[in-house]
Design a binder for this molecule. Sequence first.
Ligand SMILES: [Mg+2]
Length: 251
Amino acid sequence: MAPARRKMRNTASCAVLAVILGVTCRQTTFTTTSQRSKLLVVLDLDETLLHASLCKDESMSWLPPRFWQPKIDFEATGKGLVVDLGEEVPLFVSLRPGALNFVSWLKSREDIDLAVYTAGTEPYAKQTLKKLGLEGCPALFREECVPFGLPITKDLRKLREDLTRVVLVDNSAKSFWLQPENGLLVCDWDGTNASDQELDRVKDNLLQLLDMDDVRPALRRKPPDAPGDAVDLRLVIIAVALGCWLVSQSQ
Ligand SMILES: [Mg+2]
């Protein structure tokens, strides 16, 4: 083969190889991006997106906000406030300022999967999901809290095994005990602050998480042995003992 022709052939081979390598590299990059799962945003309900009170009568306004609040968006019925004991009672529910817009924004994002995880009972929570526009959304209720369905903490692996791109938006630090690096803590909303803007802050934080392959380093929190949590641990022990007692009584 003539040197010039051999040179041309080698050059062509190199070009083909470069194209193949280039395509392979681009495919690898594209595959990595496309394989990244959507950010799973798990929403708590009570004191995060809404607040439910037992009374709407203004004559009862001397009561703490848990029992009375000035603005009611809708009525629901609830049964039991702690461990599902007691009769059904009317509950007066207020939506947190910005809650509807926040949910609407989450639903509009194609890079976000949405779920709900609440310590509320299913019949009560389903009424609130409808009002928030979250009906049909994957949801876990009190029965899926741990341990034994008690409203103590939440196990995100019930929603997704891989937790690299999962964030639980919750007002209770206790909810993060099993997966503390997946928690985005929000301030309690007790139904009284009409100018609350906490959900705007949550939205900004979620926007920052969207492009992260692993959101956990950014969400890393203080260790669960802080003084406040030590008190809660005693409550857990009491609740577990109560749960065991209830189980033994039901058998
Ligand atoms: Mg809550």
